[in-house]
Design a protein around this ligand. Structure first.
Ligand code: HDE
Length: 713
């Protein structure tokens, strides 16, 4: 489907603000047609420029002011328009209209992001990914500002600036960019035991996704659903990608950062342009109010998830992204999310992290977008008209008629008036709050290791290895031995074997570990502050391992066809059609960008040359059939590139299909020495080789063979 084939209210609203320059003359900002955009106005051809030149002044002044502050966190991101469709009514739990009527579609804009890096940093940083959704509902904007990891690093908003200062580049030298592998980050988390659960996630491959389209989204906090009768249920929000959850290897991530640091941004953009619309199942975990205290953790604690074994995720909707923005700045950069943008039927809980967020998001837009009128920027406008008595301010756009800008009033007939509950007026859910004013944390939050154990226990062996290696990499960058020691001390509470493995590589003697003390108030009883012995209520959860994710589709996977002149045209075209029928994207890679002529005269246009890209940018490789092509790929010029491609794809556990008469490439590459069965190495003589290849690509990687593939000799 083409762009703009999704008429919806939001699109119509945006269209009113969209300009198309096709067939139009250049004008100034005042609409004056410009006759000469090459030369400034001067006193003589070689003379000084004149102050009078209002065209030059306008152009340069605008340019001088065209940057705005980047987001303080989540600066690097990318977004798209789409739609949210409800497949099952949630009316039993919530009166939110967009969650009531089966089949209802709500326009959305989604922005994905990394957290720590600045706007120009690499997409492939080891980091949490933001997953923020603005639902343009008939009852106003609802924002679900979540992440791709279901838990957070701290329990209370007051620690957020500390955490972000610790992870951002260090203040004296601004090093390192978009990386947590440095002293201040590990110093902070080693003193904050509550961070350990999220650290497990952040050190896992979830933090280096293959694509934004292949990661989960979570609301993180527990929210409330309120139904028509006023009954409350707790709710956790989930988005599960239809393509499954997949990651890249860390070695690949570091290389992609060099080859194509826009990898995720490009992937999202191209998938949508190609009509391979990213899709997620939307699911909820519903918990009756009466069950609030049923769990052995606190539902208000954002460092805890609710295991799917304890409360299943009910899939009730589909999120689809189907239209790229027309203008990055106007849409993706200026969109302003806020967890406090609510609709009737959804409410907050007292999670102290969420409560702090409710202050921060409006505040930050004031410095980022520069005015309290940021809600009037087209991408931020709700689709229902705003009616209130707020007035004026920088860049005000709405023209509100009449004398009245106060309430109550009689002059304006009492309008705009307060809406009754039955007419969709919002009322916060009434809740009895009884307590002493106190600056303290609930004892029910004092469990910092049980779910970190749950996460680690739930990982498959290759995932555990990756997590260990990530910790080793990160801690090896920590220059202060005491910090490394403290982190290993924390790991020791999660899993002794993990701690020992890491300790060995980062120069820590586990036998001499002192107890990490955390940031314990002087008068606190340390025994109540940590609970290393506590075991999780669920010991292992399938939903937490990427091993158990969707692996039956090659839709939108990018497959590199390596070929040269003389390639077997029929074989190549057949495989290409077969893969494309399954929804994969085939890209031709040759020695140069010159068109390649096959043995039957077919001409293939390379998208890349062996030097302009690398195997890390592809999901799988096909070394195309044909002796002549293979010979050309091994000539003096192409040989290093060809072998590097194959060897790297092999090392990163990808599927490689060796076409007919490509034995020489096979024999010269590291694949030759494999001494084990490898379902992802396909040779043309294999029965049903095309389908075997498709299966291997769908399987993503043979992570379980990583050791063997990394030691090919
Ligand atoms: Fe955010 N966060 N956050 N955050 N956050 C921002 O808002 C903040 C937190 C998240 O694509 C900022 O407009 C505080 C949790 C996403 O535009 C800022 C606290 C979760 C995005 C802010 C948190 C998030 C942001 C920066 C602790 C997952 C990007 C720019 C109390 C549930 C949204 C902006 C986008 C952005 C503050 C914690 C997700 C400064 C104070 C937990 C996805 O307001």
């Amino acid at each position: 489907m083409k762009k703009n084939e999704f008429p919806d209210q939001k699109l119509e609203q945006l269209t009113d603000h969209t300009t198309d320059n096709a067939s139009q003359a250049l004008t100034t900002n005042q609409g004056l047609k410009i006759n000469n955009n090459q030369d400034s106005l001067k006193a003589g051809e070689r003379g000084p420029s004149l102050l009078e030149d209002f065209i030059l002044r306008e152009k340069i002044t605008h340019f001088d002011h065209e940057r705005i502050p980047e987001r303080i966190v989540h600066a690097r991101g990318s977004g798209a328009h789409g739609t949210f469709k409800l497949n099952k009514s949630l009316a039993k739990y919530t009166k939110a209209k967009f969650l009531n009527e089966v089949g209802k579609e709500t326009p959305v804009f989604v922005r994905f992001s990394t957290v720590a890096g600045s706007a120009g940093s690499t997409d492939l940083a080891r980091d949490v990914r933001g997953f923020a959704i603005k639902f343009y509902t008939e009852e106003g904007n609802y924002d679900l500002v979540g992440n791709n990891i279901p838990v957070f690093v701290i329990q209370d908003a007051i620690k957020f600036p500390d955490f972000i200062h610790a992870v951002k580049p260090e203040p004296d030298n601004q090093i390192p960019q978009a990386a947590s592998a440095h002293d201040t980050f590990w110093d902070f988390v080693s003193l904050m035991p509550e961070s350990m659960h999220m650290i497990m996630w952040a050190m896992s491959d979830r933090a280096i996704p293959r694509s934004y389209r292949m990661m989960e989204g979570f609301g993180v906090h527990t929210f409330k659903f309120i139904n028509e009768k006023g009954k409350m249920h707790f709710v956790k929000f989930h988005f599960k990608p239809k393509l499954g959850v997949h990651s890249v290897a860390w070695d690949e991530a570091t290389k992609i950062s060099g080859k194509d640091s826009d990898f995720h941004r490009r992937d999202l953009w191209e998938a949508i342009e190609n009509g391979a619309f990213p899709e997620w199942d939307f699911g909820v975990q519903i918990i009756p109010e009466e069950d609030e205290h049923k769990f052995d953790f606190d539902l208000l604690d954002p460092t805890k998830l609710v295991p799917e074994e304890e409360v299943p995720v009910e899939l009730v909707g589909t999120l689809t992204l189907n239209r790229n923005p027309d203008n990055f700045f106007a849409e993706t950069e200026q969109i302003a999310f806020h967890p406090g943008h609510l609709v009737p039927g959804i409410d907050f809980t007292n999670d102290p992290l969420l409560q702090g967020r409710l202050f921060s998001y409006t505040d930050t837009q004031l410095s980022r977008l520069g005015s309290p009128n940021f809600h009037e920027i087209p991408i931020n406008r709700s689709i229902n008209t705003v009616h209130n008595n707020q007035r004026d301010g920088h860049m005000r756009q709405q023209i509100v008629k009449g004398k009245v800008s106060y309430e109550p009033n009689s002059i304006g007939g009492g309008c705009p008036f307060q809406a009754m509950l039955k007419d969709g007026g919002f009322a916060s859910q009434e809740e009895r709050v009884d307590g002493r004013k106190i600056r303290a944390r609930s004892q029910s939050f004092v469990d910092h290791y049980s779910q970190a154990k749950l996460f680690y226990n739930s990982q498959s062996e290759p995932e555990k290895t990756h997590l260990q290696n990530a910790l080793i990499f990160e801690l090896s960058k920590v220059t202060i031995p005491a910090i490394r020691e403290r982190v290993v001390g924390q790991l020791n509470f999660i899993n002794k074997e993990l701690a020992a493995l890491v300790a060995k590589k980062v120069g820590v003697d586990v036998t001499k570990l002192k107890q990490p003390n955390g940031s314990i108030p002087a008068d606190a009883d340390p025994k109540t502050l940590q609970s290393p012995e506590k075991e999780p209520s669920t010991t292992s959860s399938d939903a937490l391992s990427m091993k158990n994710t969707v692996k039956d589709t090659i839709k939108s996977r990018v497959i590199g066809f390596i070929l040269e002149n003389g390639v077997d045209g029929k074989d190549t075209s057949n495989l290409r059609s077969k893969l494309e029928r399954e929804g994969a994207v085939v890209q031709i890679i040759a020695g140069s960008l010159a068109p390649v002529t096959a043995d039957d005269g077919t001409v293939f246009e390379p998208k890349h040359s062996l030097t302009s890209t690398a195997s890390v940018c592809f999901d799988a490789l096909y070394i195309a059939s044909g002796k002549k092509s293979a010979d050309n790929l091994l000539n003096e010029d192409n040989r290093p590139g060809t072998l590097l491609f194959v060897n790297e794809a092999y090392k990163h556990c990808k599927a490689i299909y060796f076409g007919k008469q490509t034995d020489e490439i096979y024999n010269l590459s590291n694949v030759k020495n494999k001494k084990h069965e490898d379902p992802a190495i396909i040779t043309a003589d294999k029965k049903d080789s095309g389908n075997a290849f498709i299966k291997a690509v769908a399987n993503h990687r043979v992570w379980e063979l990583e050791k063997e593939r990394n030691n090919p000799a």
